[in-house]
Write a protein that binds this ligand. Structure first.
Ligand SMILES: NC(=O)c1ccc[n+]([C@@H]2O[C@H](COP(=O)([O-])OP(=O)(O)OC[C@H]3O[C@@H](n4cnc5c(N)ncnc54)[C@H](O)[C@@H]3O)[C@@H](O)[C@H]2O)c1
Length: 263
């Protein structure tokens, strides 16, 4: 069923979607799906390099405000808050679709992870969710929904995923703690989607990514990979009132790969 055939699940809602870098980004698919379901958007971009792509997407989708936010800088997050509150904006949904680790730490042994590389990956990929939630919480509407993107490498030792797996474990744990905190503040919900491997710029930085893709397609119960649109549809559900009693949860959108034992 396409969005036009189904109900507009996000009509009247405003969603901030971070992490659009290019047309392959999972955030791009989520932004498209949110608009198709009637949401207005705030699209945030990391820096000048990604701005043109985000401007292009905003123009194409309409009803979209574009704002810069480098999540590694507290001031940048505060500036985002300032910009949105000046215009009296309320947020019904926040999508965290951001991760970064040094490429050299996404291959070989986890044992070789440097102190600086560990701190950088955890800061950008996990702490940023805490910082964004804290700074933007005053703008959240009652029952707002926060959605973060994670991966199976948080709970399994996936070759080459290394420090990013540890960062995703911290992200998933943060989802539970934030759900406990924010649930008491206007019923805000916080969940994660654990997406199967999808060919994006970030994914290609992980050593041996192509063989992970073919392995999942061969061994998952559905005998295919999840695609960005599958993740986007789940993100619509989590931002919609249909999921109003779900919080602190990690929802796997991976064609079932995570349930398999010996494959
Ligand atoms: N592609 C996959 O296989 C896969 C699977 C599971 C989870 N994920 C997660 O999905 C999310 C989106 O990744 P993607 O695969 O779409 O790749 P992507 O490269 O398209 O997106 C990553 C985004 O992170 C942003 N980013 C990095 N550092 C930032 C900073 N300091 N401030 C603001 N933004 C910053 C980049 O600008 C980019 O837009 C990530 O959390 C990733 O770990 C991806």
């Amino acid at each position: 069923m396409t969005a036009t055939e189904s109900a507009h699940l996000l009509a009247g809602k405003t969603a901030l979607v971070s992490g659009v870098a290019n047309r392959w980004s999972i955030a791009t698919a989520i932004a498209r799906a949110y608009r198709a379901h009637g949401a207005s958007l705030v699209l945030t971009y990391e820096g000048e390099r990604t701005k043109p792509e985000v401007d292009k997407l905003a123009q194409e989708l309409g009803q979209s405000v574009v704002a810069q936010c480098d999540v590694s800088a507290d001031q940048s997050i505060a500036d985002l808050h300032g910009l949105l509150s000046e215009s009296g904006m309320r947020l019904n949904a926040l999508v965290h679709s951001i991760a970064f680790a040094r490429k050299e730490e996404l291959s070989g042994k986890y044992l070789a992870t440097s102190r600086a590389g560990f701190a950088l990956a955890l800061d950008v990929s996990a702490y940023s969710l805490v910082a964004l939630c804290r700074e933007l919480a005053p703008l959240f509407s009652d029952a707002a929904s926060v959605v973060a993107l994670t991966y199976l490498g948080s709970v399994r030792a996936v070759p080459n995923y290394n420090i990013m797996g540890v960062a995703k474990a911290a992200l998933e744990s943060s989802v539970r703690y934030l759900a406990a905190d924010l649930g008491q503040m206007g019923g805000v919900r916080v969940n994660a989607i654990s997406a199967g491997p999808i060919k994006t710029a970030s994914a290609r930085a992980v050593g041996g990514f192509t063989s992970i893709l073919s392995d999942v397609a061969a061994k998952s119960p559905l005998r295919r990979n999840a695609v960005a649109d599958d993740v986007a549809n789940a993100a619509v559900f989590l931002a919609s009132d249909l999921s109003c009693a779900i919080t602190g949860h990690v929802l796997y959108v991976d064609a079932g790969y995570n349930i398999m034992g010996i494959t």
